[in-house]
Design a protein around this ligand. Structure first.
Ligand code: DQA
Length: 437
């Protein structure tokens, strides 16, 4: 909001690994164009993009248009590395002055499209129109309401003859930014610490979790299909693993609203595999070409591989074995006798109280059954609880009875509900104070 702060934040951006920094003049209070730009451009530690967004284009500037354009021209004259002109302005300037440039400054012509992302043809026409202004780089930003719209932006990025930046903002737009280097984007935007911008990844995540500098056209994409998706630790788990294996791949969160449309649009070998999260673990089975017998039995898939030989989607369930062995490992630690682990599963014969009979719950129940546990199931949908109980020879209880349930000593409680998920991490589905008869 002040020139001093701009200078300070530019240095922070550099320290956090940015290559270029965008300065939004419209955010500076009592902005004095010439004087302030001189300070900013003299003290810049990195190449700078100067942006001065008016309110009608999503910015904060509400003043006179002539003063705004004069400020942008000052930035050109003072040697800003890049100046961003909105398409409308750029087209007008070109028709009046026949030029947008000054010195070595590069001109970005930008366009923000609110609402549904236009078709590929419309986007191509728009890109041609933007290019005709004499821009060095064109930048198209949309507000995607569905992840499938992003494929049109990837198309523009892949086929454009000139440098393009194209991405969508919002939770559903995130992968357009993370994957944009794969499809040829010139810049990836990230926000610096303490200045989170809704819908933009943080610079730190771009550098540390996603390592965008390593992404290229051969990078295979893996993603978590889920809704919501922001809670997942998947990216910080899988991306370092992929790098450790020297595998050119990237794991990204994919906010999916419609499974059918998703699989239709993202059907190329570039999209090599998926994790499946809440609420799709059961519904996704119908989109798999083949399903592993264990996953078929459980009725839930949490991992999909696109088979390289024929592109078919093969569904697996890794939740079952993973969750049960995690519990066994934890219980074995308490059971070690003279440093020896017992060969019998510590779940054998135990009371196993499962809350939530959805995709994750089903995997847990099947896993616990293979280890000989006695399974008691609660779910807000009693029919669903009964169906699962029938499949694992367990017992379903009405959800309303949960607060009064008297567990056996040493009984295991498994929470397979969204209760306790980010951001309400300290919640659990039962009372912490036992019910006393
Ligand atoms: O349950 C989980 C967690 C997960 O959904 C996630 O949020 O990262 C990913 C799934 O593959 C896994 O089965």
């Amino acid at each position: 909001e002040s020139v001093d702060q701009v200078v300070e934040e530019m240095h922070k951006a550099k320290a956090q690994g940015a290559d270029v920094v965008e300065v939004r003049l419209d955010c500076i209070k009592q902005f004095q164009a010439h004087q302030d730009l001189e300070i900013i451009l003299k003290s810049k530690p990195l190449p700078v993009i100067i942006v001065y967004r008016p309110k009608c284009e999503g910015g904060l500037y509400e003043g006179d248009e002539t003063a705004r354009l004069e400020a942008l021209h000052s930035a050109l004259k003072l040697g800003a590395d890049y100046v961003d002109f909105e398409l409308k302005v750029a087209a007008e300037l070109m028709s009046k002055q026949n030029k947008l440039h000054c010195g070595g400054t590069k001109v970005i012509v930008s366009c923000f499209l609110d609402g549904v992302t236009p078709s590929k043809e419309e986007l191509s026409n728009l890109a041609t129109h933007m290019q005709a202004t004499g821009a060095d780089i064109i930048k198209i930003v949309t507000s995607a309401s569905n992840i499938t719209e992003l494929a049109r932006l990837f198309h523009i990025l892949s086929y454009s003859q000139m440098p393009v930046v194209a991405y969508a903002v919002g939770e559903r737009g995130l992968i357009s930014q993370l994957l944009s280097p794969k499809f040829g984007s010139n810049l990836v935007y990230g926000s610096i610490e303490g200045m989170a911008v809704p819908g933009l990844p943080t610079l730190e995540s771009l550098r540390k979790a996603y390592k965008v500098e390593h992404i290229n056209s051969d990078t295979k994409v893996f993603g978590l299909i889920s809704k919501p998706v922001g809670h997942s630790k998947g990216p910080i788990l899988h991306n370092p693993t992929l790098r450790h294996m020297n595998f050119n791949g990237l794991y990204v969160p994919m906010f999916v609203d419609n499974l059918k449309e998703f699989f239709e649009v993202y059907s190329t070998p570039d999209f090599a595999g998926f994790s499946v999260g809440i609420p799709y673990k059961e519904a996704v089975i119908q989109f798999c070409d083949e399903v592993h017998p264990l996953a078929q039995n459980i009725g839930a898939v949490n991992t999909i591989v696109r088979r390289p030989s024929d592109g078919k989607l093969i569904g697996y369930n890794t939740d079952c074995e993973a969750s049960v062995t995690a519990m066994e490992d934890a219980l074995q630690e308490c059971r070690c006798i003279n440093g020896e682990k017992s060969l019998v599963s510590p779940l054998a014969g135990k009371e196993f109280v499962l809350v939530g009979a959805g995709g994750a719950g089903r995997a847990l129940a099947f896993g616990a059954k293979t280890r000989g546990a006695r399974i008691i199931i609660f779910d807000i949908d009693f029919e669903r609880a009964k169906m699962l109980a029938h499949a694992v020879s367990g017992e379903a209880r009405p959800f309303g009875d949960l607060p009064y349930f008297q567990p056996e000593k040493g009984s295991i409680l498994a929470n397979a509900t969204p209760i306790g998920m980010h951001p309400n991490k300290d919640r659990i589905p039962v009372s912490e104070v036992p019910y006393l008869k």
